[in-house]
Design a protein around this ligand. Structure first.
Ligand SMILES: [Zn+2]
Length: 68
């Protein structure tokens, strides 16, 4: 018998930058690609952050809208 579960991925945190890990998805395109890969691996929820051009965290709703 299998036990159902929900997999939530945090594809990028608010603080890691490319200098810390070149693989961390920062741009919208990178986050979409990473989220799609996680979905293909079984994830159904993605916890997301958005960044400014300098990779610092942002709470700008317009940046979140671009990520939808
Ligand atoms: Zn977070």
């Amino acid at each position: 018998m299998t036990k159902p579960c929900i997999i939530c991925v945090a594809i990028t945190g608010s603080l890691p930058r490319k200098a810390h890990n070149p693989a961390v998805p920062i741009s919208v395109a990178e986050q979409v690609e990473s989220t799609h890969a996680a979905w293909e691996a079984g994830a159904s929820i993605a916890h997301c952050h958005v960044r400014k051009e300098d990779e610092t965290p942002s709470s700008d709703p317009e940046r979140f809208a671009r990520l939808q």
